[in-house]
Design a protein around this ligand. Structure first.
Ligand code: PEP
Ligand code: MG
Length: 620
């Protein structure tokens, strides 16, 4: 069913049928673990396990073009790396399809499984990274699955060899997994194939590939988690893969090990000659084969410069971000976990500019009630100690399903029941969240905003609910605004600005909807650049409208921390930039070196550029 640990299942039966009696038995059976040993979910402390997105915090280093030797994939793990290519192509396994006997083949299978499980236990014992431990523990669980063993044994009973039965079963299971509509679950097919290959190698007596002596760039079709963790992290300078997305486990492992990585660069990377020097940029997704010496020198110098810049910036992160000509920009943090507030403040956040409450909801295995929500919001406000909190009401839907708030399957979820469209259809849910927020505020500075507003009616309907709630729960220091994520809202900003207290521009979605590119698309998402002039024109229009009515504007999409975007956004008059807190020290440092007057000029020129790359070149 694709269910994950901690999710709530709802069973429904047709009234007046035998099924009603069966319901109880089904629920009992599920609670007992359907024949498997299960550990009860701790309802209070169960944590959402998804990893934080990669955030680009360092200044980007463009590569000079060298004919067709360089290209681009998806930036998956930050940093620059170069070294000899170590191309690991899929291994060939040869085995007989027919087995000797059930007993003999079953014995081979058990020995291979035993070997692989032992080596997984060794990885778990030796790795320091919790992310890697968790992945390998999941692999161990997969190998311990009695269904898996039984299915393979069925093949053995039909006369197949252990290798053939194992391979057939893994292929069928991985194909089914890859077809799941949940992208994260589908990407777990790579984990199945990863353990599948490991056991097959043990069955066929194929040795692991030996790694070169010096730090190298690992090039593979897709790097399985155990491939990365097995390799000596001091030797793997960087990773380049043909396929894969930034949320694949290989990328998570690379990030956990702080190995720069570019993924999804196309199968051509497998033709790169072993030992050829390869230079990769995990911030831009670019890679160059056989770079010139000056490019390598540049990379070394750049890497050193980035390290020094970060160290210096961190020393001044608690100071304000004021340009050389005394223009101050508020710098805030985006968070999705209430406990992250303390770190955000320590990183220099002057406010929380975006609390993604759907992520707070996801940390609970069932819908948090009003009191639970109030307690969560208090954690943030307490840690902020008087600094403002900008909260976004639930933004569920699109690529963010909430297990206990099921939405009918939609053809185009990004164009479907998302954000305010969903909560306006479940007003009780919205009302409850607003009450919890107002009660938690205790007159501390609270700013509430509604996501995905596309029509003025939506804003007014949401605001009416808030006004009603405020009667019973007055709140002194409250501002109410909307997110500008839909082009329609930006175009109607002159009207909306008369009614809202502020706008916060969500450039991730604004870019997706303006350019009509799915933000998670494996091939196209790199073209969804928020510095496209069309998006800048929408931001410009929004800021002008807001300022005309004395309202403030923030940016809370990833663009806010993009070093090329910072001068343009400031030049367009944006008042607040909100970002992942790790980006704050560097963005503040960058602003302190800028001149507001120059930023304004650059921003005006950017508005008449014809492409995002032209804007980037202009800023450069
Ligand atoms: C955005 O769309 O820019 C935004 C900040 O919201 P999210 O990324 O959570 O959709
Ligand atoms: Mg958004």
């Amino acid at each position: 069913m694709g269910c994950r640990r901690g999710q709530t299942l709802t069973f429904i039966a047709q009234p007046d049928t035998d099924a009603v009696a069966g319901l109880e038995q089904i629920i009992d059976a599920v609670q007992q673990g359907l024949g498997e040993e299960v550990e009860a979910v701790d309802l209070v402390s169960h944590q959402h396990s998804s990893s934080d997105p990669v955030v680009n915090t360092l200044e980007l280093m463009p590569f000079e073009s060298h004919g067709d030797t360089g290209s681009c994939g998806i930036a998956a793990s930050t940093g620059l790396a170069f070294g000899p290519a170590h191309v690991v192509k899929p291994r060939e396994f040869s085995y007989e399809r027919r087995g000797q006997s059930f007993k003999a083949e079953n014995e081979k299978l058990e020995i291979a499984l035993h070997q692989v499980k032992n080596s997984l236990r060794q990885f778990i014992a030796h790795t320091e990274s919790t992310a890697i431990k968790q992945i390998f523990m999941a692999h161990l669980e997969m190998l311990d699955d009695p269904d898996l063993l039984q299915s393979v044994q069925r093949g053995l009973k039909q006369g197949l060899s252990a290798a053939a039965a194992w391979h057939d079963h893994i292929e069928v299971a991985a194909t089914a997994q890859a077809a799941l509509s949940d992208r994260l679950l589908a990407e777990r097919a790579a984990d199945l194939r990863d353990i599948g290959e490991r056991v097959l190698a043990a069955l066929c007596g194929v040795a692991d590939v030996t790694e070169p002596e010096q730090p190298y760039i690992l090039i593979m079709h897709d790097v399985g988690p155990s491939d990365v963790a097995r390799l000596n992290k001091d030797r793997v300078a960087g990773i380049l893969t043909a396929v894969g997305g930034a949320s694949a486990h290989s990328a998570i492992v690379a990030r956990a090990l702080a190995i720069p990585a570019v993924v999804g660069a196309g199968v051509a990377v497998l033709n790169i000659e072993n030992h050829a020097t390869v230079l990769i940029n995990g911030d831009t997704g670019e890679y160059v084969v056989s770079p010139e010496q000056n490019q390598i020198d540049h990379a070394i110098a750049e890497r050193q410069r980035q390290r020094e810049l970060r160290e210096q910036a961190e020393q001044h992160c608690l100071e304000p971000a004021i340009t050389l000509d005394q223009h101050q920009v508020e710098i805030a943090a985006n968070i999705g976990k209430v406990g992250a507030t303390i770190q955000a403040v320590a990183d220099g956040a002057e406010a929380i500019g975006l609390l993604r409450t759907e992520l707070v909801f996801m940390s609970h295995s069932s819908a948090p009630d009003e009191a639970t929500q109030e307690a969560d919001y208090r954690v943030v406000l307490d840690a902020l100690a008087g600094r403002p909190l900008v909260v976004r009401t639930l933004d569920v839907g699109g690529d963010k399903p909430l297990p206990y708030l099921p939405i009918e399957k939609e053809e185009n979820p990004f164009l479907g029941l998302r954000g305010i469209r969903l909560t306006l259809r479940k007003p009780e849910l919205l009302r409850q969240q607003l009450v919890a927020l107002l009660k938690a505020a205790d007159n501390r500075p609270l700013r509430i905003m509604f996501p995905m507003i596309g029509r003025v009616e939506e804003w007014r309907a949401a605001k009416a609910i808030l006004d009603e709630v405020r009667i019973q729960h007055p709140c002194e220091n409250l501002q109410v605004g909307i997110m500008i994520e839909v082009p329609a809202a930006a175009l109607l900003a002159p009207i909306l600005a008369q009614e809202v207290d502020f706008f916060s521009i969500g450039t991730n979605d604004l870019t997706q909807y303006t350019l009509a590119i799915d933000r998670g698309h494996p091939l196209l998402s790199a073209e969804a650049d928020g510095l496209h002039p069309s998006i800048l024109l929408l931001i410009d229009q929004t800021v002008r409208a807001a300022h005309q009515h004395g309202k403030w504007v923030g940016i809370c999409g990833e663009l806010a921390a993009d070093p090329k975007a910072v001068p343009v956004l400031i030049g367009l008059g944006v008042d607040e930039l909100s970002m992942s807190s790790t980006s704050i020290p560097l963005v503040k440092a960058q602003i302190r070196g800028l001149n507001y007057i120059n930023c304004k000029q650059v921003a005006q020129q950017a508005l008449s550029c014809d492409s995002a790359s032209a804007v980037r070149a202009l800023v450069e």
